[in-house]
Design a protein around this ligand. Sequence first.
Ligand code: C2G
Length: 150
Amino acid sequence: MKRILTYGTFDLLHYGHIRLLKRAKALGDYLIVALSTDEFNAIKGKKAYHNYETRKLMLEAIRYVDLVIPEENWEQKINDVKEYKADVVVMGSDWAGSDRFNYLTDYCEVVYLDRTEGISTTKIKEELKLQEPINGIDQIPGQDETNLGK
Ligand code: C2G
């Protein structure tokens, strides 16, 4: 059984995350996601919209994910690779060549998959800030003001 390990915050889950997880799982048989805790996010200078438990719940609902473990610091990766017998660590290409991951090649294969362009948690947050508040009535296509409530 080929075991894949990946790391991330996975806040406001979007199709870039899903595509990464799908392609990571396709490299093996078992996918472990080390999910950044809220405390580690603070160290990374990130504040997730959803807390760790919620982000974990959402990841565990994804068919490609077999196990979610906490990512609590930058230094745990070698132990994770050994403890979970990971054959491959997979990250998106924004991490390609990073000192945070390249040293792991002494312990396992390291694969960087193309990052999905056009989507990010930051983009979602920024664009939501610009949106007009929804008026609370979901307009059914073709429905106009005259027949509301009939
Ligand atoms: N990702 C992607 N395409 C996007 C957005 C994200 O492929 N449009 C990938 C990232 O490259 C990463 C994973 O999805 O591999 C999770 O992304 P983040 O939640 O932003 O994770 P990050 O903050 O990069 O945390 O120790 C490493 C860190 O925990 C990684």
